[in-house]
Design a protein around this ligand. Structure first.
Ligand code: GSH
Length: 226
């Protein structure tokens, strides 16, 4: 199967699906479509043919069957690979992992908006300013910290539900945002953030994003050039 993704440096949703597949060693072919929404671009030519949403990630099976949207892709991978604990095996832990993914999927809007994923750059000054001025951002991070700390307390770590699961893939881009913008979190959340960033599948994604050396103006609120 193929996983269509955007720029690794910027595409947080692509990262979730890519990291999940890699973390469980599930074979797939990665097809990167550079973010370029101009009429003649590869993105414009290819994306409309594979998903009605015109967004990545998109999973395309060898027979042409497509699954779009990160949550649906996650569930599809879990259905297709029951040999892997994509979701935690314990029924309550599984429900909680799904709650956290759904919360991530629909929430943390301020954090996602003002601290966009940009793996190759560190913005501690921007992060400090945002932290001082933006109450809604602080509330998002506080909720995130509480959610992580609660799950880690229940499981004992090192990942949210013990072993690496879909919930951790879901929060990998958030770990990047916290580290790049230097946003303060509790000791438990910081330890988890660092474990997540050190996971081989996350490290591989980060290393590949550093090799992209691309610059997409629309994704760069805090830089004028590379
Ligand atoms: N809810 C969707 C969101 C996907 C999404 O917004 N992807 C971004 C890249 S991270 C995208 O494709 N943007 C292209 C556009 O906005 O046209 C999912 O979970 O897959």
């Amino acid at each position: 199967m193929k996983l269509y993704i955007g720029n690794k440096n910027y595409s947080s949703w692509s990262m979730r699906s890519g990291v999940l597949l890699a973390a469980f060693g599930i074979p797939f072919e990665e097809v990167k479509l550079r973010f370029d929404f101009t009429p003649d671009s590869e993105w414009t030519r290819v994306i409309a043919g594979i998903t009605p949403t015109k967004r990545v990630p998109v999973l395309v099976e060898d027979d042409g069957f497509t699954v779009w949207d990160t949550l649906a892709i996650t569930e599809y991978i879990a259905d297709r690979h029951p040999e892997h604990a994509i979701w935690p095996r314990d029924v309550k832990a599984r429900a909680r992992a799904r709650s956290l993914c759904a919360e991530m999927h629909a929430g943390f809007m301020r954090l996602r908006t003002v601290c966009p994923m940009n793996i190759e750059v560190f913005f501690p000054d921007v992060g400090a300013k945002l932290w001082a001025e933006d109450e809604v951002l602080r509330a998002d991070v506080e909720r995130l910290d509480a959610a992580w700390s609660d799950a880690l307390k229940g499981s004992g770590g090192p990942f949210l539900f013990g072993e690496f699961s879909a919930a951790d893939a879901y929060f990998a881009p958030v770990a990047v945002r916290l580290s790049r913008f230097g946003l303060p979190v509790s000791e438990a959340a910081a330890t988890y953030r660092d474990s997540l960033l050190a996971h081989p599948a996350v490290e591989d994604w980060i290393a590949a994003s550093m090799r992209e050396k691309d610059f997409i103006v629309e994704d760069e609120p805090y830089r004028k050039n590379r």
